[in-house]
Design a protein around this ligand. Structure first.
Ligand SMILES: C[S@@+](CC[C@H](N)C(=O)[O-])C[C@H]1O[C@@H](n2cnc3c(N)ncnc32)[C@H](O)[C@@H]1O
Length: 277
């Protein structure tokens, strides 16, 4: 299993980030896009600090049920304090074995938000989810990235990647930073591949909703205080990584003087199982 969220600093920064950007609308979007109704039973996989679970609980009410599972004990402790209701339970564990905690419970909705990347055996998890959904149950997966369909953000992306390469080779002359060109780019093709992978396991895409938000360069730098965000830069200590990002963002900002914000988008992919119609 990838280990970044076992780092207590990553947990602290994640909570700080959710508070900074506001977490309630995030939960409301989960409710809306997973079509959650009062009384529903909902499983929140990789629930993190339980903020989304809390909004879901408020929506499903006393007759519903929410179970959240996360690998990080620190997140589970926080979630238990934030969302303390008799019909909500949090478990510390690997979501790839979620049925160990949920036993034979069947769910109206299972959500996996901002966590696809962390799942090691995705096909096996998708099979398990399918077995644990009620007949008209939904699986909601959310995936976020800088929106490369937005011309300004695409231009930012190209400059920023070049500047990362430049900063890395200036700081570490022995490192060839061309590996940055080979990293997965979260473009439309990448999202389509994920949809195909899920559908291959017997799901049907029921809805695909896209939400957008604008980030300043300062907002973006703030998100990189979280040591779990390793995707872009390579294998450096979190302090060095943060400095590389800061220098590359500063260079990019001075090159693109008219750049106000970068667009970040999130896809909410709602899947149903193929057996229902
Ligand atoms: C980016 S956070 C998302 C948290 C939450 N879903 C949200 O949207 O706010 C990713 C979460 O996945 C959890 N995680 C990663 N791999 C996991 C695994 N195999 N089992 C359980 N939790 C895992 C991390 O601890 C972290 O809380």
């Amino acid at each position: 299993m990838k280990k970044a969220y076992k780092n207590p600093d990553a947990v602290t920064y994640y909570i700080k980030e959710r508070e900074y950007f506001g977490w309630r609308p995030r939960g409301e979007r989960a409710v809306k896009f997973a079509e959650i109704k009062p009384g529903d039973y909902v499983l929140d996989l990789c629930c993190g600090p339980g903020m989304v679970s809390k909004v879901i609980r408020e929506f499903v009410g006393d007759k519903g049920k929410v179970i959240g599972i996360d690998i990080s004990p620190k997140f589970i402790k926080y979630a238990n304090q934030l969302c303390n209701y008799p019909n909500v339970s949090f478990f510390k564990g690997n979501v790839e074995n979620f049925d160990t905690y949920t036993h034979a419970e069947k769910f109206d909705a299972i959500v996996l938000l901002a966590s696809w990347y962390w799942i090691k055996n995705k096909d096996q998890l998708l099979k398990k989810i399918k077995l644990n959904l009620k007949p008209n149950g939904r699986l909601l997966i959310s995936l976020s990235a800088d929106n490369l369909k937005n011309p300004q953000t695409h231009q930012f992306f190209l400059h920023y990647r070049n500047n990362l390469k430049r900063v890395i080779s200036e700081t570490f002359p022995d490192i060839d930073p061309s590996y940055l060109d080979c990293l997965t780019t979260a473009n439309e093709e990448y999202f389509d591949e994920i949809i195909s992978q899920v559908c291959h396991e017997g799901y049907r895409l029921c809805s695909k909703n896209e939400t957008k938000r604008q980030l300043t360069l300062a907002d973006k730098l703030f998100t990189y205080e979280n040591p779990a965000r390793t995707e872009w830069v390579g294998n450096f200590s979190s302090k060095v990584r943060y400095q590389i990002i800061k220098d590359a963002l500063t260079k990019t900002g001075s090159e693109l003087k008219n750049l106000q914000t970068i667009e970040r988008h999130t896809y909410y992919l709602e899947f149903c199982t193929c057996t229902d119609s």
